[in-house]
Ligand binder design. Structure first.
Ligand SMILES: Cc1cc2nc3c(=O)[nH]c(=O)nc-3n(C[C@H](O)[C@H](O)[C@H](O)COP(=O)(O)O)c2cc1C
Length: 230
């Protein structure tokens, strides 16, 4: 399955048809997705729109509710796994959008975030329509290998990722937001970083490696999230 092309045409989908969907396909895609950290338990449920509380002005016929146990990197891991699923859905005509502004009707302490999904014909666009930071602003120097990460979706398009060249790979950091934005984005930004790493993984499936080094320090305004090679 080649999902690379989806990265360059995808957009968050906010207009859906009500068609039914073969949920077996979704379940298969989720079980085929690669985790960032093998040791973290996560799970999901599929809801219809009436079964969740949505605070967006648009809605979708279905929502994936994502849950995880809380261990190091669990938020990055959820972003990493489920962005692979979103790219796959797009490849079979199903649009999706991560939804921070939503919650469950029945509370669950493991709950992290929703993803809206459904059949759509409004989920692609031209590369020139992406609004993203410049490559040189997401890394210590411009590197075209980072384009898939540059194009990743993020909460209110905050693009909180920063890549520092280290050996033949990169140390990955999350940019800390100012105090006002931090309130809103503190849970979502690590998910965003995982989403960006998913785009790097999908683009380099055979040689992508992730590790937490223990000798990399966070520096002022940046939180160390791990290191990648590909
Ligand atoms: C963690 C996360 C949470 C998001 N929450 C919402 C949301 O609550 N409502 C919404 O309309 N879009 C939401 N989005 C979509 C972003 O607004 C979108 O990814 C960003 O503006 C970039 O646009 P694009 O995905 O079309 O490239 C979210 C995205 C992420 C990654």
């Amino acid at each position: 399955m080649n999902l690379v092309n989806e990265i360059y045409v995808r957009k968050s989908c906010r207009k859906y048809f009500d068609d039914e969907i073969d949920m077996d396909l979704i379940e298969k895609a989720i079980s085929n997705a690669k985790p960032l950290n093998e040791g973290i338990d996560y799970y999901y449920e599929i809801f219809t729109k009436d079964e969740v509380n949505i605070r967006t002005r648009w809605n979708a016929p279905y929502y994936l509710a994502l849950y995880s146990e809380k261990k190091d990197n669990y938020l990055e891991n959820i972003g990493f796994v489920f962005q692979q699923v979103c790219l796959y859905l797009q490849s079979i005509g199903i649009g999706s959008c991560w939804v921070g502004m939503g919650s469950l009707k029945v509370k669950n302490p493991d709950f992290l975030i929703l993803i809206a999904f459904g059949k759509s014909d409004k989920m692609t666009r031209e590369l020139s329509d992406f609004k993203r930071k410049k490559l040189e602003d997401i890394s210590d120097f411009e590197d075209e290998r980072l384009i898939p990460a540059q194009l990743a979706p993020s909460a209110i398009n905050s693009q909180p990722w920063y890549f520092k060249h280290a050996g033949d790979g990169f140390d990955v950091f999350q940019v800390k937001q100012n105090i006002l934005k931090r309130q809103v984005l503190k849970k979502w930004n690590p998910i965003d970083v995982g989403i960006a790493l998913a785009h790097l993984y999908v683009s380099n499936e055979d040689n992508f490696e992730f590790e937490m080094k223990d000798d990399v320090e966070s520096f002022k305004g940046y939180r160390y999230c791990g290191s990648v090679k590909f």
